[in-house]
Write a protein that binds this ligand. Structure first.
Ligand code: XLS
Ligand code: CA
Ligand code: CA
Length: 437
């Protein structure tokens, strides 16, 4: 019986003039944008961990959320109650998808056998709930960072038993993700890094991480999982030096491992900014390398230096990321996962709805702006023109097979090539962008 959200009805689109805080102002799921419905374009997901499992603690204080499924009691019964409430939430908020870690949905037992039993018990329940609910699984993932066994890393732990334990967890979680029809499987290496080089064999740790990813990719083929395998970059936090710092370092690593055609990236807005990049930089870098998999759509706080995981609330922050994604044909098998948590003072059941409604509305509003940007072609025409000489004589010549450094040198002399600086017109372009905000 689910009644935590009993005072809240299914959220419907009421339009921008509505004063009802429990309605969508912009997210009109069936509205056509760029040849698809908003729902098909945006592929929203609710995340299980922040939304149902995180109790509102911070480094200075304990839980602030009094969710009934967080009270003491049989952990498996609590997990069942949480699941009922989660599906009630999914059905009311109508994100098309959800995402989970194995440990969000089911409790650890006293040994791995018991943990696995708990997990499979809840997976069975999820499977039967998915038969009557419209929500689908965007991705599953294993939590190999919270428990103290992982304090020195998971697949990069000095102890091979920890590697093996994580491998067992990931196998179960990949099986479950496949069983539930997941579109992706995510690997976030929370502790795949190190605190001090004094106690670290970096070369071996990186080899072990590579070995782990090879095992995952082999297993994907073995079970016929047709989803994408995704690596999620994050520069630090929890560890000081993470091996998966940003899109570029993930791709360098994947290439070294020969896995660049097997694994794509799950890019998170707040991780992008923590690495000193913008969200759009990380996305465009991935697109340029055919590695964009999915997005965790949240935001950080410029005044705080940590991973605050807040819900997105600004068209200005999303417009360039969306412009590049939708100019490139959309997010494919990926989606927009709200890897975001409400503030610890937001303790009412309604607060979870306000947060998701706000996030979905701001994404929908941004999508509408981006549709205009794409159709107007002002920015794309500008960029095409800026690079058009690469399609002409000199550009083609540079790429000809027979061209050498010497022959280019000769050409500069013979043709008296004297490049004239051309303006990048940044302010002109910023003014164009402002028209769409
Ligand atoms: C933490 C990460 C995590 C991954 C999944 O910062 O964002 O939530 O998305 O393990
Ligand atoms: Ca994330
Ligand atoms: Ca985060």
């Amino acid at each position: 019986m689910s009644d935590y959200f009993k005072n809240i009805n299914e959220i419907i689109y009421e339009g921008p003039d509505s004063d009802n805080p429990l309605s969508f102002k912009y997210y009109d799921e069936n509205r056509q944008v760029l040849g698809k419905t908003m729902k098909e374009n945006l592929r929203f997901a609710t995340c299980y961990w922040h939304t149902f499992t995180w109790p509102g603690l911070d480094p200075f204080g304990g839980a602030t959320f009094e969710r009934p499924w967080m009270s003491s009691g049989d952990p498996l019964k609590m997990a069942e109650m949480k699941l009922d409430e989660a599906f009630d939430f999914f059905n009311k908020i109508k994100t098309s998808f959800f995402c989970f870690h194995d440990r969000d949905i089911s409790p650890e037992g006293s040994n791995y056998k018991e943990t696995q039993k708990n997990f499979l018990y809840i997976i069975d329940l999820i499977q039967s709930k998915m038969e009557t609910s419209k929500v689908k699984l965007l991705w599953g993932t294993a939590n190999a960072f919270s428990h103290k066994r992982y304090m020195s890393g998971a697949s990069t732990n000095p102890d091979p038993e920890v590697f093996a334990y994580k491998a067992a967890q990931v196998k179960d979680c990949m099986d479950a993700t496949k069983r539930l029809g997941g579109s992706n499987y995510v690997l976030w290496g929370g502790r795949e890094g190190y605190e001090t080089i004094l106690n670290t064999n970096m070369g071996l740790e990186i080899d072990n991480l590579k070995r782990f990813l090879e095992l995952v990719v082999d297993y994907k083929y073995k079970i016929g999982f047709d989803g994408q395998i995704l690596l999620e970059p994050k520069p630090h936090e929890p560890t000081k030096h993470q091996y998966d710092f940003d899109s570029a370092s993930c791709l360098a690593f994947l290439r070294k491992a020969g896995l660049e055609n097997e694994i794509k990236l799950n890019i998170e807005a707040n991780h992008a900014t923590l690495s000193g990049h913008s969200f759009e930089h990380e996305i465009v870098y991935a697109i340029a390398n055919n590695a964009l998999g999915s997005l965790d759509i949240n935001r950080g706080d410029t005044l705080l230096g940590w991973d605050t995981d807040q819900f997105p609330n600004s068209v200005l922050e999303l417009i360039l990321p969306f412009y590049h994604i939708f100019s490139n044909g959309g997010i494919g098998k990926g989606g927009l996962n709200f890897d975001a948590k409400i503030r610890r003072q937001s303790i009412d059941p309604e607060d979870l709805f306000y947060a998701h409604i706000g996030g979905m509305d701001i994404c929908a509003k941004t999508l509408l702006a981006v549709e205009k940007m794409i159709n107007d072609k002002k920015l794309s025409d500008y960029v095409t023109k800026r690079y058009e000489d690469w399609q002409k004589d000199l550009g083609n010549y540079i790429y000809n097979k027979g061209t050498t450094l010497e022959s280019i040198h000769q050409k500069v002399l013979d043709e008296n090539i004297e490049p004239k600086p051309r303006s990048g017109n940044q302010e002109y372009l910023e003014n164009i962008l402002n028209k769409y905000l």
